[in-house]
Structure formats: structure tokens, C-alpha cells
Design a protein around this ligand. Structure first.
Ligand code: GAF
Length: 377
């Protein structure tokens, strides 16, 4: 769907002239299941977008059309409540902005997205960031990207009920063209890191919808919080790599494994930034492989079929490293590949994994793009 076509559909449906706002999905190069422990992540916004066409109405209502889903909803701004479906990602940002005391006006919204759903590339964060941006702009309220990300995350945490960290909404709101963001999830200080020359990031979908396991995600978060409590630190981010052996002696079971993952993964993010800056693809790929092993063995968020996909990718010539990406339990594997071999690598992984699951997995290479903004048809 082009921007012009979305605007045209909006005029037909609502009879007014929309402004257009878009927010991208994201990849995460490394730094998984660390954001909610206030650790480090290395995501990049990608060239898949959720676009929201928006105009004010004077009805005190949200009137929403999802072109992506072929569904509609209408709700009064003064009685927004979760319904447990897609509408929560639209009503949630409005509710959060109102709770923040912002004078959000009624709005007509039409949504079109090409961010794959359930693939671990943050389609829900993209939607909430785009809606947040749109509602703010229609009411002429200024906000920076970090603030937009925090509101979008609050929507996901408090309205949708998913206890995610800040990474996804931050990347969608603040991404930089051609680069990743090394984000400190405690201070929200973000440092752009250019993607290395000659390399591409390829996503291959395991075709297992990761959204089915919000309970597992919540459990991982609670494991990390329990570990931090036992150690007497605010979060596991406060355990230095050099202090890990001593910390592990004081923990057992799941808390020990989660702690080892978070501490080593935070360290890998720093090393990955160094490898990217040096253009050392072999080192970056090795770190991604280690991240996968840690997510599988210590964070325990993989599935056998995802491990098989990662193994296939890791063994494919032209691939420097590969790992599961996002919350886990399905979704995409991200592979670091030589750009010159990208098409052949994609075909090879798709064929091998496709034979395993008797279906053709979705796969695409992506480009790093700027974060959410108003756009013009
Ligand atoms: C999901 C969450 F939404 C993020 O906050 C992050 O925790 C990620 O899983 C794992 O790194 O995408």
C-alpha cells in the first residue's frame, strides 16, 4: 500500500484530509532479554513500517480502521479499556497519553503495516509508536523520541499487559539511517553504531508465532528480578562480568542461569560494538552465535526448531553468525551475511529449513532506517 493510496482510502472513509505518520519495525543485532534488567541492547529500525493516517474529529472518540486486518473499532476517549485484541495497541497509547495529562483530541485513524506480525520484529511496538506520534501531532504536542518510546512501552506494559522492556519502542522511535543503536536501557543513552560495510542482516522466520508465550516472557523477567533480589542489586545489570562467578555461587536454578545470560549478554553487546566499529565480521558473527547458545541454554527461550534454523544458518557459507532474535519461542533468526552472497545465502537457508518444516519460510534482508516520523504522500 502506498502512502498516497492510504491517504485516498482515508478521505473516502472519513471525508477529511489525513496527516501520515510511520514507525518502523526493528531487528536486534545482539543484547536479547537484557532490556528489562536495564542492560544493553543493539537494535536497528528496519525498512518495514506501520503507517497511520490520522485526522482529528470533534467526537471525543477514536475511530479506527485497520487495513492490515480488515477490521474497525470505535471507542470513546473517556472510557478506553483493554479488549484483549488488536485494538489495545491503538487505544493503549491514547489512554497512556491521557493519563499523562495530555489533552489528546478525538481522532480518526487508518492503519496499514508491512511489519510482519509474530515474527519478533516488533510489529506491536511500531503500531503503538506510530499511534503515539499521530495522537501527539494532531494535538500539537511536542515530544522527543525517548519520551514517545516510554509512552509506547507504558501502553504495552499497562494497557496491553505485556511486561516488555524499552528496546522495541525505543528502536522504532529513535532508529538511525544506516546504523544500529547501542542503548543503555537504564539511562536511555543511545549511541549510533554504523552497520559494517559489506555485510547485511538477513531474517528468516521460523514460522512459529512467538506471541503465544507471553507467560514465558513474564516468567523470565520474574526470574531475573528474583536473582537481583537475592544478590541485593537493583537489577542484574549491576552484576559486573568479573563478579559473575561469585554471583553464581549465591544463586541456584533458573535465577543462576538467567543471571549468567544477562551478564554475559551485556558484555557481548560491548564486544559487538567494538567488532562492528572495527569491521570485524567474524568476531561479530561469533558473538551472535554465543548469544544464541546463551538464549537457548541459560535464558531458555528457544525451541528445538529455532535451534535447528539457527544451526542451518550458522553452517551456511557466507554467514558469519546467526541467532534467535526478540522474545524467543519462535519468530525470526537473524543472520549476519556477506552482502555479496546474500541472495544465495537466503535461498540456501530457505531451502534447507523449508525442507525441515515442509513449508517455505518467510525471509528478507533489511536495511537500517530512521525512526518514526511524519511522512508525506
Ligand atoms: C521482546 C520485548 F518486547 C523486548 O522488550 C525485549 O525484552 C525482547 O523481547 C527480548 O530481548 O521483543
Amino acid at each position: 500500500m502506498t502512502l498516497a493510496a492510504l491517504a485516498a482510502d482515508f478521505r473516502v472513509r472519513f471525508g477529511s484530509e489525513p496527516r501520515l505518520f510511520r514507525a518502523p519495525g526493528r531487528i536486534n543485532i545482539i543484547g536479547e532479554h537484557t532490556d528489562y534488567s536495564e542492560g544493553f541492547v543493539l537494535p536497528a529500525a528496519i525498512d518495514r513500517w506501520c503507517v497511520v493516517a490520522a485526522a482529528p474529529n470533534d467526537l471525543g472518540r477514536l475511530r479506527v480502521v485497520s487495513q492490515t486486518l480488515g477490521r474497525e473499532m470505535e471507542a470513546r476517549l473517556d472510557c478506553l479499556a483493554p479488549r484483549g485484541d488488536w485494538t489495545d495497541y491503538v487505544a493503549g497509547p491514547a489512554k497512556i497519553l491521557l493519563e499523562a495529562g495530555l489533552p489528546i483530541a478525538g481522532a480518526d485513524l487508518m492503519i496499514a503495516s508491512d511489519v510482519p506480525v509474530g515474527a519478533g520484529v516488533s510489529s506491536s511496538a511500531a503500531l503503538q509508536v506510530a499511534v503515539t506520534r499521530a495522537l501527539l501531532a494532531l494535538s500539537a504536542i511536542q515530544a522527543d523520541g525517548a519520551q514517545v518510546a516510554s509512552w509506547a512501552r507504558a501502553s504495552e506494559n499497562r494497557f496491553v499487559g505485556m511486561p516488555c522492556g524499552i528496546m522495541d519502542s525505543f528502536a522504532s522511535a529513535n532508529g538511525v539511517e544506516g546504523g544500529a543503536l547501542m542503548l543503555d536501557c537504564r539511562s536511555l543513552q543511545a549511541t549510533p553504531v554504523p552497520l559494517p560495510d559489506g555485510a547485511s542482516f538477513l531474517l528468516v522466520n521460523s514460522m512459529v508465532d512467538h506471541q503465544l508465550v507471553a507467560g514465558e516472557y513474564k516468567q523470565r523477567r520474574e526470574d531475573c528480578e528474583a536473582g537481583a533480589r537475592t544478590l541485593g542489586v537493583p537489577t542484574l545489570r549491576d552484576v559486573a562480568e568479573t563478579d559473575l562467578p561469585a554471583a553464581l555461587q549465591r544463586l541456584s536454578g533458573a535465577a543462576a542461569k538467567r543471571c549468567r545470560h544477562v551478564v554475559t549478554e551485556n558484555a557481548r553487546v560491548g564486544r559487538a560494538v567494538s567488532a562492528m566499529t572495527a569491521g570485524d565480521l567474524a568476531a561479530l558473527g561469533a558473538l551472535m552465535n554465543q548469544s544464541h547458545a546463551s538464549l537457548r541454554d541459560d535464558m531458555e527461550v528457544s525451541l528445538p526448531v529455532v535451534d535447528q534454523l539457527a544451526a542451518i544458518a550458522q553452517a551456511t557459507p557466507g554467514v558469519h553468525g546467526a541467532r534467535l532474535m526478540g522474545g524467543g519461542f519462535g519468530g525470526c533468526v537473524i543472520a549476519l551475511v556477506d552482502s555479496a552472497a546474500a541472495e544465495a545465502v537466503q535461498a540456501s537457508i530457505v531451502a534447507a529449513y523449508g525442507a525441515l518444516i515442509s513449508a517455505t519460510p518467510d525471509a528478507f534482508a533489511c536495511r537500517a532506517v530512521a525512526g518514526a516520523s511524519e511522512v508525506f504522500a
